[in-house]
Write a protein that binds this ligand. Structure first.
Ligand code: PLP
Length: 393
């Protein structure tokens, strides 16, 4: 019996997180062990704190956790809320549901502002919900800036405007896990109280470190919060030399972060990073829109004002399985695509176009998807790659 030969060549990794790690970041992470109180490390660490604050566009507090994004989600809830407090979660998709479920499990009362996953929430409905809450029972509004499962971006300034217009005092919590370092994000200017970020997406680092930017208003609320917390407790963190990490500081992440900040700010420039993501995203969408011409796959997101520039979710035509397409791309062509999450499993595949990516990588992925559709007999209009090239030209 002859097994399928292992595909040669470098893998094209087109998942929406974790993302490609640049070689120079990989080398930087492979640093010898150092004492985390060593003055030489402290200077790297403090440089990273200042740099990440510039990326977040904040001058307020920043806390790190040796945990994936879920850890920072949990930290944001347990540091601000008390048992029975109410939060309003704006429904976007799989990740807003997961954050809501975590809140429920922690003893928080969750209200959900329902939305169609393909169009996103209606800001008028948000304003109505805030007006309706005249007793200000809602202590926090939780929003996923970029819903990685559906490829939709929620305009955070519009959420801030709704809070301001209704004079609602709730804290504004934003998950920026798949938007930071890819899409425009401005914590202080947009009046965000907590932003939740992770290492493995736009920052191009390995998975395992997350962080929260925290406003002065949120720090004041933290002082009264009674949900149980220990490792994630900001008060404990502030008492430490690093003003973060209740345990050992993961030093190798900071050598990596120092390098990724150099790439983002020093080599490319943050504005150019954002512009590159916009350009590549347009190319991906142009290809999908072209394929859809012959009853082919379509963009899952149906709201052009909210298209995500870091990930595109693609809905397969009726009767065709997205995971079969992904499996072929991986096993035969060495291209890794993201799968559909939750109820979208099997119906949707996702192309991540965030992090360390350029035109040939994106075009190679699109060409492979088109090839796989041909092999599997998935209906589509041929020439999606040409449409992507036109969008880039
Ligand atoms: N929020 C968003 C928007 C995400 O994309 C993810 C993961 O992909 C998470 C939260 C959860 O983060 P993690 O998997 O790092 O725990």
């Amino acid at each position: 019996m002859s097994a399928m030969p292992k595909p040669r060549g470098r893998q094209f990794f087109a998942n929406p997180g974790p993302t490609n790690i640049p070689d120079s970041v990989l080398h930087a992470v492979a640093h010898v062990t150092v004492d985390f109180n060593d003055p030489a490390f402290l200077s790297v660490y403090e440089g990273c704190v200042a740099g990440l604050k510039r990326i977040l566009k904040t001058e307020q507090e920043l806390f790190f956790y040796t945990a994936s994004g879920h850890g920072a989600w949990e930290a944001s809830l347990v540091n601000l809320l008390s048992p029975g407090d109410q939060v309003l979660v704006l429904e976007t998709g799989y990740f807003s549901e997961s954050w809501a479920k975590m809140a429920k499990d922690l003893g928080i009362e969750v209200r959900t502002l329902a939305a169609d996953w393909r169009r996103g929430i209606d800001m008028a409905a948000l304003r109505a919900a805030l007006i309706d809450d005249s007793g200000h029972a809602i202590k926090a509004v939780c929003v996923v800036h970029n819903e990685t499962a559906t490829g939709m971006m929620i305009p955070l300034p519009e959420v801030r405007a709704a809070l301001d217009a209704t004079q609602h005092p709730a804290l504004f919590l934003a998950d920026t896990i798949s938007s930071l370092g890819s899409l425009d994000f401005r914590m202080d200017e947009w009046g965000i109280d907590i932003c939740v970020g992770g290492s493995q997406k736009g920052l191009m680092l390995p998975t395992g470190m997350s962080f929260t930017g925290v406003s002065a208003k949120a720090m004041a609320v933290h002082a009264t919060s009674t949900l149980p917390k220990h490792y994630f407790n900001w008060t404990q963190m502030l008492a430490r030399r690093h003003r973060s990490f209740v345990g050992t500081v993961p030093t190798s992440f900071f050598y990596g972060l120092q390098e990724s900040l150099r790439l983002i700010e020093g080599e490319e420039g943050l504005a150019n990073v954002v512009a590159r993501h916009t350009r590549l995203a347009r190319a991906v969408r142009a290809a999908v829109q072209h394929w859809s011409g012959n009853a082919g796959p379509t963009l899952f997101c149906q709201n052009p004002e909210r298209f995500s520039d870091s990930v595109t979710a693609i809905l397969m035509p009726e009767g065709f399985n997205a995971d079969q397409l992904r499996a072929l791309c991986l096993s035969r062509f060495n291209v890794s695509l993201g799968g559909g999450l939750g109820p979208l499993n099997g119906q949707v595949f996702r192309i991540g176009h965030l992090g360390d990516l350029n035109e040939p990588m994106v075009l190679g992925t699109l060409a492979t998807v088109e090839l796989a559709m041909q092999v599997l007999g998935v209906p589509h209009a041929e020439g999606g790659v040409g449409a992507a090239i036109k969008a880039l030209g």
